[in-house]
Design a protein around this ligand. Sequence first.
Ligand code: PLP
Length: 433
Amino acid sequence: MAEILSHIKLNMDEGLLKKLCDYQETFWLNPDYGKNSLSTSEVNKETVFRANRLLERFAPYLETVFPETKVSKGIIESPIQEIQNIKEYLSIPGRVLIKRDDLMPVSGSIKSRGGIYEVLVFAEKLAAQNGFNPDTDDYRDLAQDRFKKIFGQWKIEVASTGNLGLSVGLMASTLGFKARVHMSHDATQWKINKLRQNGVEVVIYNDNFSNSVTMARAASEKDDHSYFVDDEGSKILFAGYATAGERVKQQISDLGIEVSKEKPLVVYLPAGVGGSPSGVAFGLKIQFGDSVLPIFVEPTHMPSVLLGMASGLNHDISVYDVGIDGKTAADGLAVGRPSLIAGKYMRNKLFGIATVSDEHMFAFQGMLKKLENIEAEPSAVVGIRGLLASQKIKTIPSQATHMIWSTGGSMVPRATMDQYERNALNYFARWQA
Ligand SMILES: *Cc1c(COP(=O)(O)O)cnc(C)c1O
């Protein structure tokens, strides 16, 4: 077992810590789940409600600038579908659904929820300061040159493992902002290319993600016409992710699926810094209360949210502090230090966290391709590990409905996806054997 740095006093189960340091797959049940909490978070039902209304106001604009959102009238959302073959293959008693955030417009990932929202909040504020009336004016006017000129005086910056950069960078540059995306050494080439093709400046640090965020934040602070989207702590980003709650509630109802305490909805979300899964889980909790059980999934080599929550140290600990190497091919999840707010807001709302090896992640990607013909990024499929782990949890009723949140994929270039899939199908074949 790796040596634990002496300055850290870890108040957590030693057996669990040893499992994490040995890179074993594990499932952590949150002991504080469902407890009453006295801490009130700055994001609440009201903030999330307002976030949904803002996105509706912008819908006519979004429909104009992103033609792929015409079908949904400018609402950026993804479908939910049943995955019957996987249900049968894995012998899951309840219904098994997949939330197709791999198909989300603009960034092809869950990041379209938070990233676009935060850019729009800033744009609306600037527009309102410059003669735009949000109550009476037409949001399609924001595509006019006079607003582009106003937005062009500002630079929007973000640090990202890739997908948040796509979401913020593409939304910002479309509105006319200057956009700069700061990436860590493991940034994927096609994501860099896509951003540059869209006029976004990309800076790459020879460092890990957590340190890249710190450097990016410092760079932005030096420029008084720079707005920083903070992946580690933005409450606006968080509220944007949480808008998923209202939409999922409607979709589940449209599918005729009954959700109750006896028939809960168990949702499996991949976690990196923990921001997007926490925001989504928060939004689902507002809508479904006790009837939704959110579970995160993290790579065995990057269990940052698990380590932060189980130790209670949250953002004050990173996987590197306990000697975990952070080596994973799950680029969207390759984050060593959890968000500033995720652990706090999820304290009594997160049911548990499962960890997954890279080998199993690839096998699940192959499984999804082979059995359901769904193409997703490796990071996006780890929910399947949560589904398997939950079958052994006695407090989850057998008639529960399960929802795998697939977080990204549709923007992956064909050649890269083909490569991913050859690899994934091999892993799936080995997994079956
Ligand atoms: C960012 C991302 C996640 C996790 O989101 P965090 O906010 O970092 O926890 C999961 N999957 C994909 C594909 C992502 O891009």
